[in-house]
Design a protein around this ligand. Structure first.
Ligand code: SAH
Length: 487
């Protein structure tokens, strides 16, 4: 360990800053946040420092630096552009055994400023000891994104209620469990996120009063189409807090890897022809786990409300009075087309995008074929490969041109993504060859795939399968750059 990480209380303690330019300003801003008494030694002051001086937030010694100034200071910062002067400040501080930092000059620092993620009162300080500030910046950005903004508010509340909770639960394990459940409870989280601190404390109080505090809850989380990077931050937080995760066949392994290690993972994938029974079982499992007081995540491919029966699951939870929330996900129509380079809308080609399913309840509403067959719109079909022939015939019968470009995207956003393109007339053949899960895209925008495809390139090859049909029908397609397909 090259440095000892410590957090220093500089409140009302004098800190000497030598230099009055913009670098000094940067450091002074941080020092003032920590409520230090800042003394600036400089002949001239930066405009913003003059303003701080006018507001009496800093002191100014309008003289040259003298070693005697060091003895009055708790910490010293040299932030001038004069290397000799910086060295002089460093030597003077070292001689008097004061901590000194020469900005951006690590050999002349007896302490260094870490990169920080500030969720006061919680602070995370990171440092590579000067080895790689860029890596540290990237790490900090990751942490910034990952650490919820309400964590500061939650810890403030915890500080206020610490003793009350201690009185209620003498046992340490019980106490820890109470806090854990509270901090990860979606209602408490939502209230602190919205700065409804009073209500959050009321919630805490109520939970504390109950004999069996905190009932379970269910979060319906969209896992996105496959690429784990497309999971939302909130989705990630949910699966990392869950006690039980019930997941579908469409949830990728990479996402399951992100689930908390000691959570129970329960596969509730659908088996063909057995839908209703299994859905009912899933509903019952959700209710059962929640009633055991568990934090349950129902993890679904794509978005839970898009052809995912999420609504039906919530209805069951609602009827059982189980608290729930929904974390949306990137639905296949958005993910797979983005990764295939097919914009769903385009000013020149399509002003409308329709999402339909090829798989409906036998007694369900009928599709409006006149509407679906209109030109200059994009039709995205989920679960459509088995019905591709019927789809193609009906659309043509209702007026969609037989040479309308179509694409079948298999395993969208995953490394084995395959895009097959052709025309409406031949959709059935294209769909037959497609691996599942597969999404059908019909409309003029599909022709942009040739030009805009960007994903799936591996070892100099496009995985996209440019079907011969596409070439055959290329007279219908606006001139596009030929893709550089490696042989
Ligand atoms: N709720 C999901 C859809 C569930 S229906 C969502 O919002 O995406 C299942 C259908 O979604 C599949 O039959 C397929 O048509 C489509 N699908 C899901 N993931 C896909 C993927 N990675 N690539 C292509 N199609 C996908």
């Amino acid at each position: 360990m090259n440095y000892l990480p410590i957090f220093v209380d500089v409140k009302q303690r004098p800190v000497l800053v030598v230099g009055g330019g913009h670098i000094a300003l940067r450091k002074i801003t941080a020092l003032l946040k920590a409520q230090a008494k800042v003394r600036i030694v400089a002949e001239k002051l930066h405009k913003e420092l003059q303003q701080l001086l006018a507001e009496e937030k800093v002191e100014w010694i309008a003289k040259q630096f003298e070693p005697s100034q060091v003895s009055q200071a708790y910490l010293i910062i040299a932030a001038t552009d004069d290397a000799e002067l910086n060295q002089f400040v460093f030597n003077s501080a070292e001689a008097q055994q004061r901590l000194v930092n020469v900005v951006d000059d690590q050999p002349h620092c007896s302490y260094i400023f870490p990169s920080i993620v500030d969720r006061s009162p919680i602070q995370i300080a990171i440092s590579s000891g000067g080895a790689s500030p860029v890596l540290i910046r990237l790490l900090r950005e990751k942490l910034e994104a990952l650490i919820p903004h309400n964590i500061g508010a939650m810890s403030d509340i915890a500080a206020r209620w610490r003793n009350v909770v201690k009185e209620k639960f003498a046992d340490l394990t019980q106490r820890r469990r109470f806090w854990e459940k509270l901090f990860t409870h979606q209602t408490f989280q939502r209230l602190t996120e919205n700065h409804q601190i009073e209500q959050a404390e009321l919630f805490l109080h109520r939970e504390l009063e109950q004999d069996n505090p905190i009932i379970g809850e269910v979060s319906l989380v969209g896992a996105g189409p496959g690429d784990a990077g497309l999971l939302t931050l909130k989705g990630l937080q949910s699966i990392q807090q869950a006690d039980v995760v019930l997941y579908d066949a469409l949830v990728s392994d990479a996402i399951l890897e992100l689930v908390r290690r000691d959570a129970d993972k329960v596969f509730v994938g659908k088996r063909a022809g057995n839908h209703s029974v299994l859905q009912e079982e899933t509903n019952q499992l959700l209710v059962k786990y929640a009633k055991q007081g568990k934090r349950v995540v129902r993890l679904k491919g794509g978005d839970p409300f898009v052809f995912g029966r999420g609504g039906e699951e919530l209805e069951v939870l609602k009827s059982e009075n189980i608290p729930y929330s929904v974390v949306p996900g990137i639905t296949a129509a958005l993910g797979a087309t983005a990764y295939a380079g097919i914009p769903l809308t385009h000013r020149d080609h399509s002003q409308t995008a329709l999402f339909i399913t090829g798989h409906q309840k036998p007694d369900g509403n009928k599709l409006k074929w006149e509407t679906l067959a209109q030109g200059n719109q994009t039709l995205v079909v989920y679960m459509g490969t088995i019905k591709a022939r019927e789809l193609s015939e009906k659309l043509q019968r209702y007026g969609r041109a037989k040479d309308t470009p179509v694409a079948v995207v298999s395993n969208g956003t995953l490394p084995n993504q395959t895009v097959r393109t052709g025309v409406l007339e031949n959709l059935a053949e294209l769909a037959e060859q497609a691996e599942t899960p597969a999404l059908i895209v019909i409309g003029e925008v599909v022709k942009l795939h040739n030009k805009l495809a960007w994903f799936g390139k591996q070892e100099g090859q496009f995985i996209s399968t440019h079907d011969t049909l596409w070439k055959q029908h290329s007279q219908y397609i606006a001139p596009v750059e030929e893709l550089q397909l490696a042989s």
